[in-house]
Design a protein. Structure first.
Length: 122
């Protein structure tokens, strides 16, 4: 994905049980650098980071225990597409460690009535 005339970047996608997260590659902070234990998988690292970020900013939706798992591959694909479109339309000035979040299958929230939320930039 072309960011601007001088910089290129790509997105890595991580499917969490309740969301899809896109992370810009090329940033100084990598998912692997946030690893706490040898057996921690990249998706677990991303989930821990996202939940911690939401808690830190007081944005916890309803608490992670109320987030329902979503195994709908169509909603997950739709989430990845929304993130890609958002980043294309709103490119960052440079590849910062930026996370993009789309909730999937969280029908308990009004913004997810169609199965996916808008894109949240963390």
């Amino acid at each position: 994905m072309k960011m601007n005339d001088n910089l290129d970047f790509s997105l890595n996608f991580y499917t969490l049980p309740w969301a899809v997260v896109g992370i810009i590659n090329g940033a100084a902070l990598t998912v692997e650098s946030m690893r706490r234990s040898a057996g921690e998988l990249p998706a677990q690292i991303v989930e821990r980071y996202v939940l911690g970020y939401l808690r830190f900013w007081g944005l916890s939706l309803t608490g992670e225990k109320k987030l329902t798992p979503c195994t709908d591959a169509q909603l997950q694909r739709q989430g990845r597409t929304l993130i890609s479109q958002y980043v294309r339309q709103n490119p960052p000035a440079r590849p910062l460690p930026r996370f993009y979040l789309v909730l999937t299958g969280q029908y308990q929230f009004a913004e997810c009535s169609g199965g996916v939320s808008p894109v949240y930039c963390l």
